[in-house]
Design a protein around this ligand. Structure first.
Ligand SMILES: [Zn+2]
Length: 229
């Protein structure tokens, strides 16, 4: 089931109030059009009736796609500062839904699901891009680590984030964005070979990969936020 409830939001540009449908849970198996809308940015979005500004409430929902073995808890981007508490909470949420105390059928289902936690629409879209491009999301985070090591002037971690936005067999396109507005700061194209090399150099990357094993927030930001500069 996909659950909606109306919420009032205020236009950041002109202050007009508008009603936006907020979503508590999305079932992508039943509503593949919602998945498409998440990818193209039209999901849970509206335009201000007065000035036309795009209005979008921050996400707070669970996303289920059994076909792609995917369960994702999506939280507002500004909550990432408290990611440890959020991750503990989401472990419980997943456990209640699919763990030992859940109905048998749900437990059965849960065995095939890869639970994840993301903060913000851009981070959710990135997971869906990974699915579409056949990428392992942990390897993608290792790729980001490799990129951040090379870039001298990587934007500061607490105000920006690097997100996969597109790709094909030849290259992956990543964008530095400001998480809450999703405004683009810079973009880079990485040859797919660089991703493949990380997969091939499994031993060298093993210690870094370990940091993303058994966790819900498979995001390099978990290593950057809360770590003193
Ligand atoms: Zn407006």
């Amino acid at each position: 089931m996909s659950l909606f409830h109306p919420a009032v939001t205020t236009c950041p540009k002109c202050g007009t109030k508008a009603e936006v449908q907020r979503v508590g849970s999305v079932n992508a198996d039943r509503r593949p059009d919602y998945r498409e809308a998440i990818l193209d940015g039209s999901f849970q979005a509206a335009s201000c009736a007065k000035c036309g500004e795009k209005l979008r409430s921050p996400p707070h929902l669970t996303y289920l796609d059994v076909h792609r073995n995917s369960w994702i808890a999506v939280e507002p981007p500004n909550l990432i500062a408290q990611w440890e508490a959020a991750e503990n909470e989401v472990f419980d949420v997943f456990d209640r839904g699919f763990g030992p105390s859940a109905p048998k059928a749900a437990q059965e289902l849960g065995r095939f699901l890869r639970p994840r936690l993301v903060f913000g629409w851009a981070a959710l879209r990135e997971k869906l891009h990974c699915q579409d491009l056949g990428l392992d999301d942990t390897t993608l985070e290792l790729l980001k680590m490799a990129i951040m090591r090379q870039v001298d002037a990587a934007p500061a971690a607490d105000q920006t984030e690097l997100r996969l936005v597109a790709g094909d067999e030849a290259a992956l396109r990543l964008r530095w964005i400001e998480p809450e507005t999703e405004s683009a700061l810079a973009e880079l194209e990485v040859p797919r070979d660089v991703y493949d090399e990380i997969v091939e150099q499994a031993d060298g990357w093993a210690p870094a990969r370990e940091k993303f094993t058994g966790v819900l927030l498979v995001d390099v930001k978990r290593l950057l936020i809360g770590v003193p500069a």
